[in-house]
Design a protein around this ligand. Structure first.
Ligand code: UDP
Ligand code: UDP
Length: 469
């Protein structure tokens, strides 16, 4: 079919890689498999420059990127979410004229680009939201306006867990950071955006039926969600970035090293695109890995001065020298058994490799989905945002992970690191986690392939776009 005859969908992700990565994967899938034309709008902040560079080679007549300049309204001392939301509000001022020109059949937004809903209402363009996190966070978020109304004080002070209708209770300590203090701007921004989720035509989510079955059921069937009313939920995952072609020499070396290791023997250790540990914590982590005597790939960033972990997105800091902050002699002593990788590794390629046996992760949702879609059990070391909720899902509901014991903001000691690493790589519990992770991998493959639940779910959204306009 000629390009201009195909249904045309515009995408508007928040300018963070955790949002752009799965949405771009969805865009490519729609173009390649579903006969859709996509205009992918990107707010060109510093954090997305690497993406723009690598995406350029994957563009086709059906898939174009439209660059939107970022507004200069934020300062470095603002919390991440406040920066994102303020910048979006200003940067999206030209959105109406862009959409008038594009004239799409639908717009796909994400959690923090809901300002677009008003513009689309004016233009009669249906809006869908893509939720790049877990279903339990989606359910919590849809329930949040009610909690905000019903609960007087702080959620973290409520006795007992928070009960989202039909869902597994959430321990207050596991709640996402943005709702732990209701007086801060981040809470207000979060509430503002999730409050508007109800007004979209449908919510696409990066999960699949077998991973999030009980919460998906609650969203579809529980009377609370039916009465909201909740838009139709479309699980369309796992959407994972493809790392077929490693162009970087450093990446090739990592895969070549994995090629020489025994099957399912290597632990990948990485804290996402922004996680940074304290200096003391990196030392304990490294010594624990060494004590476990297991093989590993340790992706490290220069430590923070702060006592607790911090987040700094887009900071790849390629020239950091791990010998400066890892324990003395660590790199030499573990040579051959372990590989220390500064800043950034080709995570999906490592997880896909048969020598990879487990993943010690901060449990960001993309990392979680990537690990499980490749059948890799996890050690959950949540740091910020909603990662503690993800860890609870993985450990308590799905049974594919062990969680490190963290007491408040204390440093996790080397013995604890040794314990969880041994458990997941060579222990009996690890075997159970691995076999459940393998089963999940199979369900992920089935869901994603033609005729599977995620594939069919996406087909039904596509049908609704074809009939619009
Ligand atoms: N896949 C997926 N989401 C994606 C890309 C791939 O679920 O965004 C699935 C796909 O259905 C296929 C499998 O992952 O079954 C292949 O992925 P990959 O080549 O990464 O892994 P391998 O099969 O080699 O472990
Ligand atoms: N990632 C990567 N190499 C790294 C660290 C992260 O490729 O060394 C990718 C990872 O594959 C995932 C994303 O960055 O797609 C991290 O997203 P996630 O949602 O897990 O966490 P966030 O970075 O948003 O905290």
């Amino acid at each position: 079919m000629a390009e201009e005859m195909k249904p045309h969908v515009a995408f508007l992700p928040s300018p963070g890689m955790g949002h752009i990565t799965p949405l771009f994967q969805l865009a490519k899938r729609l173009v390649l498999r579903h006969g859709i034309r996509v205009s992918f709008l990107v707010i060109t902040t510093a954090a997305v420059q690497n993406f723009l560079h690598s995406a350029a080679s994957t563009l086709s007549p059906g898939l174009s990127i439209i660059k939107v300049p970022p507004a200069d309204v934020i300062t470095a001392d603002m919390p991440v979410l406040t920066q994102t939301c303020l910048s979006l509000r200003e940067s999206l001022k030209p959105l109406k004229s862009i959409l008038i020109q594009l004239n799409p059949n639908a717009l796909i937004i994400d959690m923090f680009t809901t300002d677009a809903i008003d513009v689309c209402t004016d233009l009669s363009v249906p809006v869908y939201s893509f939720f790049p996190a877990s279903t339990i966070l989606l359910a919590f978020s849809l329930h949040l306006p009610t909690l905000d109304h019903e609960i007087e004080g702080e959620y973290v002070d409520v006795p007992g867990p928070i009960q989202v209708p039909g869902c597994k209770p959430i321990r207050t300590a596991d709640l996402l950071d943005q709702v732990k203090n209701r007086k801060i701007d981040e809470y207000k921004w979060y509430l503002f955006h999730v409050n508007r989720l109800r007004f979209v035509a449908g919510i696409l989510i990066n999960t699949w039926e077998n991973l999030d079955r009980s919460t998906l059921k609650a969203l579809r069937e529980n009377s609370f969600f039916q009465n909201l009313p909740t838009p139709r939920i479309y699980p369309v995952g796992p959407l994972i970035k493809d790392e077929e072609h490693l162009t970087d020499h450093k990446d090739e070396e990592i895969i070549a090293w994995l090629d020489t290791q025994p099957r399912e023997s290597v632990l990948l250790v990485s804290f996402g695109s922004g996680g940074i540990l304290s200096g003391e914590q990196i030392i304990e982590l490294a010594l624990g890995l060494e004590m476990s005597q297991q093989r590993f790939i340790l992706v490290v960033r220069r430590p923070a001065h702060a006592k607790a972990a911090v987040v700094s997105f887009g900071n790849h800091d390629e020239d950091n020298n791990p010998s400066e902050y890892l324990p003395d002699g660590f790199v030499e002593r573990t040579r051959g058994v372990g590989l220390v990788v500064p800043a950034w590794a080709p995570q999906v390629a490592v997880l896909r490799h048969p020598s990879t046996g487990a993943f010690l992760s901060h449990c960001g949702w993309n990392s979680t989905v990537e690990s499980l879609a490749h059948g890799v059990p996890m050690i959950a070391w949540p740091l910020y945002a909603e990662q503690r909720m993800n860890a609870a899902l993985l450990v308590e509901e799905v049974g594919v992970a062990v969680r490190v014991r963290i007491a408040g903001e204390e440093v996790v000691g080397r013995e604890e690191v040794e314990r969880v690493v041994r458990m997941v790589i060579e222990g009996e519990e690890g075997k159970g986690m691995r076999s459940r992770a393998r089963e999940l991998k199979e369900t992920a493959r089935q869901a994603f392939d033609s005729g599977g639940s995620s594939f069919d779910s996406l087909c039904s959204v596509v049908e609704s776009w074809k009939t619009h306009g």
